[in-house]
Design a protein around this ligand. Structure first.
Ligand code: MLT
Length: 256
C-alpha cells in the first residue's frame, strides 16, 4: 500500500452492455490507493447466470443486488462510481441506501429520465434483441455511441475489445437492462439531497451523455466537481484510463 492509501472501498458499476471487465485498468491502477471492487450487474459478466426470469426490469433491483453484495463483504460505506448505466444504478442506490454512500463518482451519465421517444426506442431494441437471439446488431449500432472519434480512428485494440464485449453479452440481459433503463425515474432530486463529495467525469468526445448532462448534475449536487477527460468518448474509463484514474485518485485522496 502506498502512503496515500485510504480505507474507504471504491465500488465500480459498469456501462451497458458491458461488464465489470471494463474497469480492469481502474482495478489495477488504483489498487495501491484503496480496495477496488468492480461489480457485474445481474445478467452480465460473472453474474450472467443470475436469474432474470420473472424479475420486473428495474434498476432498483440492481441497486438492491449491490446492497447484498456489500453486505456479503462486510462493506458498510463505500465510494460508489458508475459509468453511464452504472451511473443510473449508482443514483438508484443513492435513493434506496443513501447512508452507505461516502462519495460519488458519476462518469458519462445523466440524472434525467428518458424522454418517451427514448424509452420507446429501448423497448423496441429489447424486442429486436430477443427476436434475433444475439447482440450482433447492437455491436454495430452502439460502437459509435460508446467510443469517441479519437479512439475509433486510432485505437483498434480498444474498438476490438469493446466489440467483443458487446457480442459476448447475453441477449436476455441486454433486453432486461434496456427495459430497466427505460423505466428509471429522474434522479435530479436524489442528487440534490446527496450531501457527499462527488466527482463528475465526462469524456470530451462523449456525444451520448456529454458535457451538458454533466454540468446539470454538477449544478444540482451540493458538493460536486467536474473533470473532462481529453480524447475520450462515452467510455472514458476504457478509452483514457490514465487520465480517468488520475482524476479519481486526486478526488479519493482528498476524501481522507
Ligand atoms: C451505457 O453506456 O451504459 C448506455 O449508453 C446507457 C444508456 O443507454 O443510456
Amino acid at each position: 500500500m502506498s502512503v496515500t492509501s485510504i480505507d474507504v472501498p471504491l465500488v465500480l458499476l459498469h456501462a451497458f452492455p458491458l461488464s465489470a471487465a471494463m474497469w480492469r485498468h481502474q482495478v489495477s491502477g488504483l489498487a495501491d490507493l484503496c480496495p477496488v471492487f468492480a461489480v457485474d450487474q445481474r445478467g452480465f459478466g460473472t453474474a450472467r447466470d443470475v436469474s432474470l426470469e420473472g424479475v420486473t426490469p428495474s434498476l432498483d433491483v440492481v441497486a438492491d443486488d449491490l446492497a447484498g453484495y456489500l453486505d456479503e463483504r462486510g462493506l458498510n460505506q463505500v465510494v460508489l462510481g458508475g459509468l453511464s448505466m452504472g451511473g443510473y444504478v449508482a443514483m438508484a442506490f443513492l435513493r434506496r441506501h443513501p447512508d452507505r454512500v461516502r462519495g460519488l463518482i458519476l462518469a458519462d451519465t445523466k440524472a434525467t429520465a428518458d424522454t418517451p421517444e427514448a424509452a420507446r426506442d429501448r423497448l423496441r431494441i429489447a424486442e429486436a434483441i430477443e427476436r434475433e437471439g444475439d447482440t450482433e446488431s447492437l455491436a454495430a449500432t452502439m460502437l459509435p455511441r460508446l467510443l469517441g472519434a479519437s479512439t475509433r480512428n486510432e485505437r483498434p485494440d480498444v474498438v476490438d475489445w469493446v466489440t467483443t464485449e458487446i457480442r459476448g453479452a447475453a441477449p436476455a440481459a441486454v433486453a432486461w437492462a434496456q427495459r430497466a433503463m427505460a423505466a428509471r425515474p429522474d434522479s435530479l432530486e436524489t442528487l440534490a439531497a446527496a450531501d457527499v463529495p462527488a466527482l463528475v467525469l465526462v469524456g470530451e468526445e462523449d456525444e451520448t451523455t456529454g458535457i451538458g448532462e454533466a454540468r446539470t448534475m454538477v449544478e444540482v449536487l451540493p458538493r460536486a466537481e467536474l473533470r473532462q477527460i481529453p480524447r475520450a468518448g462515452h467510455l472514458s474509463a476504457v478509452e483514457a484510463p490514465e487520465e480517468f484514474n488520475a482524476a479519481v485518485r486526486d478526488f479519493l485522496t482528498r476524501l481522507r
